[in-house]
Design a protein. Sequence first.
Length: 319
Amino acid sequence: MRNIFLVITLMVLNRRVYVYILTMFVIVLIALAYYKYTRPKPSNVSQQAFMGPFIEVRYPGKVRTGIDLDNDGSYEYIMDINPWNIRSASGSAVMRFYLGPKVFVYEQNLEDIKLKDGYVHGYPEIYYGNKPWGGNRALDGPVPLPERVENLNDFYVILNYTIEHDPTLPINLAVESWFTSEKFRTTGVYIGEIEMMIWFYYSSLNPAGSKVDEIVVPIVINGKTVNAKFEVYLTKMSNKWTYVAFKLTKPIREGYVKFNYAPFIRKLKDLVPPEHLSSLYLEDIEVGTEYGAPYVTRARFKWIIYEFKLEYTDKKLLE
């Protein structure tokens, strides 16, 4: 009888120990999960690193390449370091596209920079469509570019990014498009054609030309729709094409932005003859950073673009 009682006691104790161990194990798992999702994220870009296979371009070296995500022979994006105004420099600039997370990372540390003749040094960028210099194009996407403005529907641009830079470096982060009279232009932009920029971040740098107006555009910033104010700048570039820039009055250094193109096209229509704009071809959609100035000989910065995509709609772009 005593042996039976001892066996039962041991079984109860073993069950309690088991339950206790299991409970503690579950508590530890919950604590680890909580820590994972609530711990502070890296406070600056330099702390963020990505692993796995990547596509790379660099300066000096090969500065431009296409990205074909589905291996169908047509590019979804072109990535381009685009040091168009740099005659020479020491150091390096590297842009990578990580195939796993589908993230673009650009990191630059250039010194002893000598320029050709312009103001900014370059425009490291990603783009979709046809850039009117050099014949590089990415056409595998939802918006049928290049196409006449009058034939296009409106579309959304989605952008998620973060950027850090030397505090005194003149820099921006902007979306850009070119409007030409000829489809698939490869030799540049000329009189009567248009460059349009939308500045979402800037430091110690202003658009070319003069401020001519302001507009308010509803855009989504970090999941919330806000009425964002943009200053409008206008000029003729070296007596060549027309330059129009929309500069957000409250710059966004990092975050998620979603906006549709139609409000900017409508304002562009107010600045140039509307019948002329409607007949031009919208060649591409770019996102990148202009940086530097004639007095700047050292340029260090880094950005990460977590997402850059377009969503086509069924509404006309000029409505």
